[in-house]
Design a protein around this ligand. Structure first.
Ligand code: UDP
Length: 326
């Protein structure tokens, strides 16, 4: 079974490529390496090309003839999306259109999409269910919501079947620390906290301490990247067995506050780094927690790493190793 993985050299994509290889799938990673790392691709071939290049996209379909496509490649920084929205509509929305057109031309009809909790915006209720309104509050979330609409319309009109996985807060790393999170610039809480523990950063700022949560800091549903990876493999099996299109949240159904993450990192590392209370970051909802009943029931997803200490331990081992050598 052949799987084309766009963005397979990135953080979540590389963990899925590794897992697909371990399960015996023939994997081809398609990545422009703008944010990904060549060394992150632990299984199969890497084609270094851009999804904006329609000829290169068409060629990979005619050469490789994939049975299914997993689409991770995307720009992912909310702040940047506010400053440069067209970059997000180009890299995320328009490039996905290229990919879906190439799939239609080559009659490839199984697609797994990396969506995001950002499509919900500020939720009316938590845990958030998949049928909650789609009301993204930034161009990043909107660029992904547009894709969900494209998928829905295309699957109604054609034989395309897809699973859209709305990730909550991906975190952690490969247990052997071969791959992990390596964004440039890094904006995510857990890697930043660990860089502070390592002494690479002077400390960490807590963005907002007056939220309506027990300790006043934001609560997020941190999910280990290998559990996300399992969700992809189950989604693939579902579609290969003839299952219908679905949208699933990927989170554990409970969350941790920023202060709890900071405390867990102090415990895991044994290092007391500097923490400063700071102003809210614009656009941050107080609580984002997934209802994950649907994916548990429909696909039998059973998270293996619902444990903040394990998430931070694997991220810390990766961080101490110093990331990918350029
Ligand atoms: N956060 C923080 N300090 C930082 C980075 C993040 O307090 O240096 C907070 C952020 O405001 C949010 C939570 O940590 O409430 C998780 O942020 P992250 O950027 O990791 O993920 P997001 O929830 O934005 O996808």
């Amino acid at each position: 079974m052949k799987v084309l993985v766009t963005g397979g050299a990135g953080y979540i994509g590389s963990h899925v490529v590794r897992a697909l290889g371990e399960k015996g799938y023939d994997v081809l990673t398609y990545d422009n390496l703008s944010a990904g790392h060549r060394q992150a691709v632990l299984s199969g071939r890497l084609v270094t090309a851009d999804l904006a290049d329609k000829n290169a996209v068409g060629k990979v379909f005619s050469d490789f003839r994939p049975d299914a496509v997993m689409h991770f490649a995307a720009s992912i920084e909310v702040g940047e999306s506010v400053r440069e929205p067209l970059k997000y509509y180009r890299n995320n929305t328009a490039n996905t259109l290229n990919l879906l057109e190439a799939m239609a031309e080559s009659k490839t009809d199984i697609f797994i999409f990396s969506s995001t909790a950002a499509v919900y915006g500020v939720p009316d209720a938590v845990p958030i269910k998949e049928d909650a309104p789609i009301r993204p509050i930034n161009p990043y979330g909107r660029s992904k919501a547009c894709i969900e609409h494209m998928l829905e319309d295309t699957s109604t009109a054609t034989g395309l079947r897809y699973v859209s996985l709305r990730y909550f807060n991906a975190a952690g790393a490969d247990p052997e620390a071969r791959i992990g999170e390596a964004h440039e610039p890094e904006t995510h809480l857990i890697p930043l906290v660990l860089k502070a523990a390592k002494g690479e950063l002077p400390g960490i700022k807590i963005f907002g301490t007056d939220y309506p949560t027990p300790d006043g800091t934001c609560i997020r549903d941190y999910v280990h990247v290998d559990d996300l990876s399992d969700a992809h493999l189950l989604s693939l099996r579902h579609l290969l067995e003839g299952g219908r299109s679905e949208v699933f949240n990927c989170g554990y159904g409970h969350g941790y506050s920023v202060r709890e993450v900071v405390d867990a990192a102090r415990n895991a590392t044994g290092i007391d780094f500097k923490v400063e209370d700071s102003a809210r970051r614009p656009g941050d909802p107080a609580v984002l927690v997934a209802s994950s009943d649907k994916i548990r029931q429909r696909l039998g997803w059973t998270p293996r790493h619902d444990d903040l200490a394990y998430i931070i331990k694997t991220a810390w081992n990766w961080e101490r190793k110093g990331g990918f050598k350029r």
